[in-house]
Design a protein around this ligand. Sequence first.
Ligand code: GLN
Length: 228
Amino acid sequence: MKFAVVVFPGSNCDVDMYHAIADELGEEVEYVWHEEDNLDRFDAILLPGGFSYGDYLRSGAIARFSKVMAAVKKAAEAGKPVLGVCNGFQILLEAGLLPGAMRRNQGLKFICRPVQLTVENNETMFTSAYEKGEVITIPIAHGEGNYYCDEQTLERLVENRQIVFRYHGENPNGSLADIAGIVNERGNVLGMMPHPERAVDALLGSADGLKLFRSIVNYWRETHVVTA
Ligand SMILES: NC(=O)CC[C@H](N)C(=O)O
């Protein structure tokens, strides 16, 4: 299975994402510059965190016009797993691949620390290796993680079980319904503010993020490897 890590000007979590896939999972992974227009050779697309285009206008508002985003949309339409973490989540929202929008943190401060999350839905291609309701520790690092959507959208998110992660205990940024991560209706595009790629080894304080990447690989094997 081959992963793409898309790199925008200002991405800064691309190397951690690459490390998680190459060194912790042992899967194939390649950096893809944002000017690339074809992602057909990849099985899963990762949009890492950072400050694409310096977060000018709004986080992700410029990156969503990058050439690569048409290819990301195509991959999403083909049903491939697409994961956006932090700035990657913001870009997916701006691109309309996920519903809702991101506002500045309620406290108007950039927050960088580990948080606890509840796995609300473990029946997705990103979370099957977790237990339902499992509480995990993953770091956050953002200034704009205050997720918002209108009431109807929230109802739909709840009904379709699209809320995958919620903050457990304290909500660090004021996000609606304690939302930390959501999937699209089809379930193959996940956006999340916490950084699973920064929680892939106990030495980093937590290895809870690894199960997310493992889930993607398991999903891919189940759907692509034919056994006799
Ligand atoms: N770590 C990140 O991806 C930061 C995301 C974004 N630039 C913010 O501050 O909200």
